[in-house]
Design a protein around this ligand. Structure first.
Ligand SMILES: [Zn+2]
Length: 209
């Protein structure tokens, strides 16, 4: 038993750091526009953020809001043909400790949407933080790309997260989208990048600040 070998004071201190890390991540997720959730080591849903609830509500799935799904098994909610992909992804994160990420489509009959999913390991309890940042959302009827000025401020600067490479919206600083393909032509046209940290990466990677 490790806890017996460590003076109780420093052990409880370590526990409060862990709690502090988790609570800072939850605080960041509370404000984040990325659809996000936390699962425990048994893949039971422990937490869903307000963006998750808004997404479930606006997609006609009120049965999937946090009140209903917290405590349930994540894999029960994942379609059969995606279970292996998710299972491999979580296993990869668990064995390497590294963030796993992938873009995927999650469209509705009227709206085409792409998301960028990131899975982060939470140690020492081996829980997982899953975030889904918006890549693009548009009506199927409209083919024009999103306006890149959404991300360029009055000084011609784009603020991009140094970890997840999402860019901050000028009109909503809580929303960070993964939009490299929209920004690339702008960057070539002399738009400057300011590297920052999105709130979720700040909370996850900088646990002692
Ligand atoms: Zn980030």
């Amino acid at each position: 038993m490790i806890s017996r070998m460590v003076p109780s004071e420093s052990f409880s201190g370590a526990k409060s750091i862990v709690r502090g890390h988790l609570s800072r991540i939850v605080q960041a997720l509370q404000r984040s526009a990325a659809v996000s959730y936390i699962v425990d080591s048994q893949f039971r849903i422990k937490y869903c953020n307000p963006a998750w609830n808004r997404f479930a509500g606006s997609n006609g799935a009120p049965q999937l809001t946090s009140k209903a799904v917290v405590g349930s098994a994540l894999f029960d909610a994942i379609p059969d043909d995606l279970r292996a992909v998710y299972s491999d992804a979580f296993q990869h994160v668990l064995s390497t400790g590294r963030v796993w990420e992938k873009s995927y489509e999650c469209s509705s009959p009227t709206v085409f949407r792409l998301f960028r999913m990131r899975i982060h390991l939470l140690k020492p309890q081996n829980w997982f933080v899953v975030t889904n940042a918006l890549v693009v959302e548009r009506s199927h009827a409209r083919t024009a790309a999103a306006d890149p000025n959404t991300y360029v401020d009055v000084n011609g600067l784009v603020t991009t997260c140094a970890h997840c490479r999402c860019s901050r919206r000028v009109d909503n600083p809580d929303q960070w989208d993964f939009v490299p393909e929209y920004l690339q032509p702008r960057l070539e046209a002399a738009v400057k990048v300011s590297h920052g940290l999105c709130p979720v990466c700040r909370a996850y990677f900088y646990r002692f600040t």
